[in-house]
Unconditional design. Structure first.
Ligand code: PMP
Length: 309
């Protein structure tokens, strides 16, 4: 079997040649910023296209400033690296691309040392969570980290300890996913996805000051909802119990896509089945990412013909 090809510090290398020294700062202190980008296969043409890759790299460009990291290339160039990585790995299915910019200093001691590194990997990826049955979620006993502790809008590697604790606790308790409350007790998000609720045909999601990642799928959902005649879209604080009385709840994210939630803390949400608005948004999302409906300019980037080296 061919070794996967990885992009590391400007070179496309076979994965076994990309060892990370054990003293690497990011490994000890979580000083890295990552992204998650999907590319979808168009079932009719077989073409694979990156979805909103430039927006992900633009977000990463903002986020790396939190850790005094500089990205080595422009967002447009990074989109082309992602496409080339997919081609070089000969991937022709749905793909997940993981860029990672991190502190590479090999010294003991906290701080933000100047040595930066940049890696990108591309893997085949199907579902991250079930998007059909309706997820059973539990409100986590772990609180979402605060912006003035570790900003969660920044996709900082170390911040995902918070997500990992909540996700594992949820699984250990028999739930599919966790829902985080923030330090004010309001709903924040899932472990790696944003959350929406539907009330009387209106869409509601926690605003960006509630301790959330400013999700690109969240933005896509709001765009699709506005295009699709949803009565209104509100970004505002959401109480835990407002989730219990919602008609519909769904989670969304690059990996998770749009995933209906049908139970929270054991309580049935709405009818107990994926809701009509959730299903409509899901279908619109699927049609766009797979090229069956027109996307906004710049949202889809064709990867091109796979190659093997
Ligand atoms: N919240 C968190 C904590 C996440 O890690 C993610 C995944 N990137 C999301 C929300 C969803 O963001 P996006 O739609 O940009 O993938």
């Amino acid at each position: 079997m061919r070794d996967p090809i990885v992009f590391l510090n400007g070179a496309f290398l076979p994965e076994p040649e990309t060892r990370v020294p054990i003293l690497t700062h990011a490994l000890h202190y979580g000083t890295g910023i990552f992204e998650g980008i999907r590319a979808y296969r168009d079932a009719r043409t077989g073409e694979v296209r990156l979805f909103r890759a430039k927006d992900h790299f633009d977000r990463m460009r903002h986020n790396v400033t939190f850790l005094n990291i500089e990205l080595p290339l422009t967002s447009d160039e990074l989109v082309q690296v992602a496409a080339e990585l997919i081609r070089r790995n000969g991937l022709t299915t749905d793909v997940y691309v993981r860029p990672l910019a991190y502190k590479a200093a090999q010294r003991i001691g906290v701080g933000l040392p100047p040595e930066d590194a940049f890696a990108m990997i591309a893997l085949p990826m199907g579902l991250y969570v079930d998007t059909e049955k309706g997820l059973h979620c539990g409100v986590s006993s772990w609180r979402r980290i605060q912006d003035n502790a570790i900003p969660c809008r920044a996709k900082i590697c170390g911040a995902y300890v918070n997500s990992s604790l909540a996700a594992q606790e949820a699984r250990d308790r028999g739930f599919d996913e966790a829902i985080f409350l923030n330090e004010t007790g309001h709903v924040a998000e899932g472990s790696a996805m944003n959350i929406f609720l539907v009330r009387d045909g209106h869409l509601v999601t926690p605003d960006v000051s509630q301790g959330i990642l400013e999700g690109i799928t969240r933005d896509t959902v709001m765009t699709l909802a506005a295009d699709g005649g949803i009565a209104s879209i509100a970004e505002r604080p959401v109480d835990r119990t407002e989730l219990y009385v919602a008609d519909e709840v769904f989670l969304c994210g690059t990996a998770a896509q749009i995933a209906p939630v049908t139970r929270i803390d054991g309580r049935i949400i709405g009818t107990g089945r994926p809701g009509a608005i959730t299903l409509r948004l899901q279908a619109a999302y699927d049609a766009i990412v797979r090229g069956a409906a027109p996307a906004r300019p710049g949202w889809l980037e064709p990867v091109g013909v796979p190659q093997w080296i």
